[in-house]
Design a protein around this ligand. Structure first.
Ligand code: NAD
Length: 384
């Protein structure tokens, strides 16, 4: 005799994604307003070393800010500075250091961890926050284009394991996200450019008018004009938020539309030992899957040319030697294993319209790689 009791409940999630400048200048109250829930808060700060080096005044500014707003919060211990970039996700010592700090400083579920940094440090600290006490409130303060318009506004966090991207991680919404455009001024050109590929991604699969806008503004973005960058980040973040709340925030299905171009990108990051950064690899992955979509007869040569030209205007390289050979194709299988279930890859049916497929023709992938290589060398689109 079987006894089955059915349990069912849903938990609404709500968090604010804020856009500001100079968030720790003494007259900017946004950070304290986020904490303001009538209780004095304890905040453990973790800072990306690349950010603290580029903004040498940041740590003392944090302390001065905490001093002025001491009625709202106290900094737990000293801000922890961790290596920036993928190293933070590749070495387990980093997330364990954060877990240990929650223990040492008594960071409980009513305290906060505030992380200031690029997408990699935010992913790693988010993972440590999610597993400590089964979830400590996380305030993300992203400092790169990619983290402001994409990675930090969503619900995922992770570290890498077994040579695989994002193998350990959780789906945990942040307490809040605070984007400070001022941080972007110190990005090197590669990181400034890198995050634009995630905006091109959402535009290509969902919104032709946004793609047209990026195309029109590609030269201004390439020359680091701040106003179009702010607009790009806000539009892209909004599209990500809409997507996440719309359908499957915790990715129970096999479909992951926002991973357009990512099966190859994730593999390429590992094959190049992270010489190619995430956003750069995404640009190559998008170019590859767009070329594949063209070879499949879905998008015209003109449309493919527009995509390639936007990336080239922005300064992206669209080929890497590691693209050739058997290894890249293994990325398809790893992508399927990571998502679980059926292989699901987003391609382009038209500019602004993605369409999922459940298999990819390996010969066509190799043709697409050859085409991309020739285009990268000649700067001309040669399709025959
Ligand atoms: P990154 O975090 O690797 O940072 C790149 C470099 O920039 C680092 O050396 C860092 O120290 C430095 N840096 C950061 N901010 C700076 C600033 N303002 N001034 C000067 N230097 C600065 O790069 P990223 O592109 O932000 O993030 C990439 C990571 O994001 C990858 O690990 C990727 O897997 C992850 N990601 C996660 C999600 C998600 O949903 N969680 C989505 C997309 C990407």
């Amino acid at each position: 005799m079987n006894t089955i009791i059915e349990q069912s409940f849903s938990v609404p999630f709500k968090y604010q994604v804020c856009f500001s400048e100079d968030i720790f200048s003494l007259d900017n109250k946004l950070f304290t307003e986020l904490l303001a829930n009538g209780r004095h808060a304890k905040v453990l700060f973790v800072v990306d070393e690349g950010v603290s080096q580029a903004h040498p005044q940041l740590l003392s500014q944090l302390k001065a800010y905490a001093h002025v707003y001491s009625e709202f919060f106290t900094i737990a211990g000293e801000p922890i500075v961790v290596s920036g970039g993928e190293a933070a996700k590749n070495d387990e010592a980093y997330y364990k250091e954060i877990v240990e700090a929650t223990h040492v400083y008594g960071i409980d579920r009513h305290s906060y961890i505030a992380v200031i940094g690029g997408g990699a440090v935010i992913d790693m600290v988010g993972f440590a926050a999610a597993i400590s006490h089964r979830g400590i409130r996380l305030i993300r303060i992203p400092t790169t284009v990619l983290s402001q318009n994409d990675s930090a506004v969503g619900v995922k966090n992770s570290v890498n394991l077994f040579g695989k991207k994002n193998y350990l991680g959780t789906f945990t919404p942040p307490y809040a996200v605070l984007n400070d455009f001022n941080f972007l001024k110190t990005l090197d050109d590669r990181d400034w450019r890198s995050g634009i590929s995630e905006a091109i991604k959402v535009a290509l699969i969902k919104d032709l008018s946004f793609f047209n806008w990026i195309e029109d503004n590609s030269s201004a973005l390439a020359s680091r004009e701040m106003e179009p960058m702010k607009e790009l980040i806000i539009r892209c973040a909004q599209m990500h938020l809409d997507h996440i709340s719309g359908k499957d925030p915790f990715e129970f299905g096999s479909s992951r539309p926002l991973d357009f171009g990512h099966w190859a990108a994730h593999k390429l990051e590992h094959l190049t030992d992270f010489r190619i950064r995430h956003g750069e690899a995404v640009a190559i992955g998008i170019a590859l899957d767009s070329t594949y979509s063209h070879l499949k007869g879905w998008i015209s040569e003109d449309d493919l040319s527009r995509i390639i030209t936007v990336f080239k205007t922005l300064g992206f390289e669209l080929f890497a030697p590691e693209l050739g050979g058997e290894n890249l194709i293994k990325g398809l299988q790893e992508f399927q294993e990571h998502l679980g279930g059926q292989l699901t890859i987003m391609l382009l049916k038209a500019l602004g319209k993605g369409e999922e497929v459940h298999e990819m023709d390996h010969d066509l992938i190799y043709q697409a790689i050859d085409l991309l290589k020739s285009y990268n060398q000649t700067q001309n689109l040669v399709t025959n």
